[in-house]
Design a protein around this ligand. Structure first.
Ligand code: NAP
Ligand code: ZN
Length: 355
């Protein structure tokens, strides 16, 4: 451990994130050292900082939507060179030989993928720390190429919000003519709308927030359904091939299942935990419908998504913040007041604004 690193870390689930210095490992022969320019703020960062899932160890540096420039590479790395614009998402390692890893789906590694933060490096046993920091060292197999035509500061959310919605869109073969619905217009939701639309689908947003309707349409949704309005829900019965549900907390799935077509699937990407209230099996049986889950995406499909975004000029709608603004950003995220992803300008870590 010998690369001094500046960061912001949470030290307990009740205290705000504060400046913290630590050391990253030296660059190993298969590693890339990246100077982080921008890092997105995912709701998972907030869940982790506050130990919502019960598995956080402190101190923790969140951040898994990382974009930056390569500043050094190990002796065995030939695919990257200093100056390259690159990204790192939610994973920094996996076993590389189990069946999911062999299929390029490292997020489902049977030995557990190594998270960008809160994981344990298999070689040196050190805890991994994320992108709310000025630099990161990552195995080159987990480093992505960022298309040069995209606005660099709006790219970070593609590395988590983008791939987490792209992967189910591709797995359930969304194509021109598919009808896709998205539940919740936040970071994941807005990327789901953009990507589904670009794949040719007709997209509907389910939201609790009537005020987001114009934005949803600007992002590519052709319909907005207020999920608390029974008449509006009834009007879209038997309509969707795929529903991507991004809601982070417990919520009732029962009103959504009748809106799936026969053979349709509701895929959960937000909630980590129990389905409460219980889900009735009746619409599942009578329409051969499925409730499924999906986690982020593999490295190959993440690169595929970035290249697709390059070709279609797709980036995230971002609100830039300084590192010092992270605690306020979390409070706004809890109020669903994000349009539609906060991105930290990491230059602010080195030259703090005066209070
Ligand atoms: P976000 O930006 O905060 O957006 C979540 C949206 O869900 C909100 O804007 C809101 O939309 C809706 N919502 C929030 N609370 C709700 C509630 N209690 N009931 C109903 N709707 C609610 O969050 P995000 O960054 O998109 O992340 C969403 C979830 O995905 C988080 O739990 C995160 O941890 C998880 N996640 C999972 C993966 C994965 O691999 N599966 C990857 C990344 C993130 P409306 O105002 O439109 O209703
Ligand atoms: Zn995330």
């Amino acid at each position: 451990m010998s690369i001094p690193t500046q960061a912001y870390a949470a030290h307990s689930h009740t205290t705000p994130l504060v400046p913290w210095s630590f050391e990253r490992r030296d660059v190993r022969p298969d590693d890339v050292l990246i100077d982080i320019t921008y890092c997105g703020v995912c709701h998972s960062d907030l869940h982790t900082a506050r130990n919502d899932w019960g598995w956080t160890t402190y101190p923790i540096v969140p951040g898994h939507e990382i974009v930056g420039r390569v500043s050094a590479v190990g002796a065995q790395v030939s695919g990257f060179k200093p100056g390259d614009l690159v990204g790192v998402g939610c994973m920094v390692d996996s076993c590389q030989h189990c069946p999911p890893c062999e299929q390029g789906l490292e997020q489902y590694c049977e030995h557990g993928h190594i998270g960008t933060y809160g994981g344990t490096d298999p070689k040196d046993g050190q805890r991994t720390q994320g992108g709310y920091s000025d630099k990161i060292v990552v195995n080159h197999q987990f480093v992505l190429r960022v298309p040069g035509n995209l606005d660099e500061k709006a790219v970070p959310p593609l590395l988590c919000a983008g791939i987490t919605t792209w992967s189910p869109l591709r797995h359930w073969k969304v194509r021109p003519g598919s009808r896709v619905a998205v539940v919740g217009l936040g970071g994941l939701g807005h990327m789901a709308i953009k990507l589904a639309r670009a794949l040719g689908a007709e997209v509907t947003l389910f939201s609790r927030s009537p005020g987001k309707s114009d934005d949803a349409q600007r992002l590519g949704a052709s319909h907005v359904v207020i999920s608390t309005d029974r008449a509006q829900m009834k009007a879209v019965a038997n309509r969707f091939d795929l529903i991507i549900d991004t809601v982070p907390y417990e919520h009732d799935l029962n009103p959504y299942l009748p809106t799936l077509k026969f053979d349709g699937t509701l895929v959960l990407v937000g909630l980590v935990g129990k389905l409460q209230p219980p889900v009735s099996s009746v619409p599942l049986l009578l329409g051969r419908k499925s409730v499924a889950g999906s986690a982020i995406g593999g490295i190959a499909e993440t690169q595929e998504m970035l290249d697709f975004c390059g070709q279609h000029g797709i980036v995230s709608d971002v609100e830039m913040i300084d590192m010092q603004g992270i605690n306020d950003a979390y409070e706004r995220m809890l109020k669903s007041d994000v349009k539609y992803r906060f991105v930290i300008d990491m230059a602010s870590l080195k030259s703090p604004v005066s209070p």
